[in-house]
Design a protein around this ligand. Sequence first.
Ligand code: PEP
Ligand code: MN
Length: 281
Amino acid sequence: MTNPLPYLLAQRKPDQVGTVIRVGSVSIGGQQPTIIAGPCAVESKEQILAAAHAVKRSGANLLRGGAYKPRTSPYDFQGLGELGLKLLSDAREATGLPVVTEILSEQDINLIAEYADMLQVGARNMQNFSLLKKLGQIDKPILLKRGPNASVKEWLLAAEYILHQGNPNVVLCERGIRTANGAGRNTLDLAAILEAKQLCHLPVIADPSHSTGKSEWVMPMSCAAMALGADGLIIEVHPDPANAKSDNDQQLDFSEFDSLMGKLYLKPLSTAGFAGGWGMD
Ligand code: PEP
Ligand code: MN
């Protein structure tokens, strides 16, 4: 018999509550939104430690930072590689924040899994099926970003690849898609957050940094995503955004992040259905 469900494992059954994914001591998809924050790229020991302490002070739950960077130009900063992973794990030790970092290539899985608490599949790799299959065979949680040209169905099927191989710990991230609207770097597809949460039981978070490309749009987009029921946010925060080695225009400085966190707390608007959102102060 053929399978009538396109997403046999990812699909939300009627009245099914959302799945909670654990990353170290942190939950994603539970009763509280989860905030992931940190620089676009790990650049130095001082930079990642300063960022880790600052985002923790402001209430972030997980630390982000790229050690292997997918850059459009081969002449741009490519990340510190294994040194970046070591610095991330030092920052975890210093702050207690679990760390999430991007994996670009299958060959790095074991190395990255040794250091990181969660592995991120970036937008450019969302349909790298051989990478997805391999990530389905490890026991680390995976943060799966939506490809800039992917439909929600294609995104959920990418998650299904990981689940199908036996790893149930997948968190989805809407990070903006390519549209005719040239105003931002990408367009944060708010309806896709609703659609993904309706169709699928996995947590869905939003990335207001890569979807807008503008630091001043990060706060309003964060509020919008949380109001409609996103399970959390991933936000780029850097000690000195103007001099960052990547994504200067979209990274928040520490005080901008702190005031964003002040706005986000957050009472449930409704607990009914698949998408109870959170209200602002
Ligand atoms: C990132 O989060 O560092 C990143 C490169 O994001 P994306 O894959 O969404 O472009
Ligand atoms: Mn970035």
